[in-house]
Design a protein. Sequence first.
Length: 604
Amino acid sequence: MTVRLTWDNTHFFADINDPRIEETAQHLKSEIAELRSICQPYAELIKATDALPEANYGDQIDNIKQIHQRRMAVVEALRNVSTFIYSRLSVDAQDTAASTWQGKLQQLGSALDQAMKPLQVFLIRVGDDFVQALVADPVMAEVAFSLRCDRKLKNQLLSVPEEQLISGLSVNGLHSWGNLYSKLAGTLQCQINGEKMGLAKASSLLSSAEPTDRKAAWQGIQGAWGEHQETVAAILNAINGWRLEETQQRAHTQKLHYLDKSCLQSRIDRDTLDALMETTYQYRSVGQRALNAMAAASGLEKMGPWDILAPAPAGAEEQAFTFEEAINLVADAFSEFDPEMGKFALMMAEKGWIDGEPTPNRSTGAYCTKFTKPREPRVFMTFTGTMNNVTTLAHELGHAWHNWVMRDMPLMVTSYPMTLAETASIFAETLVRNALLKRAETPAQKLAVRWQDVESAAAFLVNIPARYEFEKRLVEARKEGTVVPAQLRQMMGESWQKWYEDSLLEYDELFWATKLHFSISSLSFYNYPYLFGYLFSLGIYAQRDTYGEKFEALYRGILRDTGSMTAEEVVMQNLDQDIRQPEFWQASLDIVEKAVTEFEALVK
Ligand SMILES: [Zn+2]
């Protein structure tokens, strides 16, 4: 078979005008209305959860089981059609029919959440006895873990109408602020070297080989966002104000910290997050050394904030790849670790499950998603033949492999948090980077591969933590009142100074406006999971020699556990290590330090 670079989703829906999309949406709408009415009685039952007689458990369990199965069928169908529409929009952002569908499907998703609310709240409030009886049922066993997570929220619940009100209002309240940011980003015009251009094109210039182009692009982006700084400040105030208010409302029984929700979503303990951040802070000089070595390799005195995404300098020799070469290289690197993983990568390309053809109107960025029925992963990226493309391909195929090894499991236990998602992707990247390094013959070629290593080190060990630092300061300041642009600039400057110290020419004080991540309405503290995934996957990779031949099965086991355990449990169970202790993170950080030291030697 031959490999292909455009995806084929026609066995799901023929095209955007396929009448089955409308049929599916209508069916989902009526199913969600049904679910709403059969879940409603739980709003009453909640009031007397203590009085639920044990004799009635059986009936209730049967009823809940039926609701659960119906809900999962809705989730499956909704996910399938949403993936189809999203895939369509990724290759053509101007497809208006697809964009209309996307809005409608998002509404269906929100309606489903609201419909399930009474039962969800009931299952959080009801006694342990009932839950134990419920998850003892073979069908319901699959909800055990998610119930255990949800039930940690027991003391933070509001009444059902209040919960419904929050999720209803957040569509046009909270999330509109996030949408406003995306709208602005889509219309922004940057003035660069006398030319006007959109943000996507301007951002791509940040990785230009020409230092003056990078600086001009950075200044153009700063100028464009600078004009909207009051608006972005309003967005940040609104989003963080909403979250703080909601947290305060939920803190009726116990004290809540603003990081609690994020830790719960990441399925990690606060102790783990603290150990991760504190240990990384002790190693910040490794990230700073990476930057200094990158500057030295580029003939610069110091890196500027506009150089953070710079490509390997002219002295380094970048290899170029056709897609066929790239996929074969990735598949070979995967195979050396686990032959099934290599076969899988090839299959993705042969079946048309990867879209990378550089077409007009496509989205920027790369991602992995999946159809749910049948369970098929999809990878989106733009492939132009650079070495960066090869690593991106490996990254996304790592996510796809994660989905693939879980394909026989119930959908309910296949959703994993971002912290654990990034483990699979970065692990795959590491496999491919090592293969690239082996292939590199001259020091100049080695430098080009190692460049990616040090760029990652600088991004993960200082840039991401600086974002975390800023967000903490922002939330603290927002508690006291509205925050103005001058304060945001100052807080960002201080956050960069804490992590970068003197390793940059200047700090990026407008980063709160230019970086989308702070304006994502659905997630707070969006960034640290990437640092977690990076160090976590290096830590797991480092165990390869210890476990020898057993390791590939162990790795699959780790991936399969990511939807039904906390991160602490996954590691304790499979590797007998405690990620709440700094030692786990130190071992990974030592690996990064070694790579930086090797790069420093290459530069000399
Ligand atoms: Zn990823």
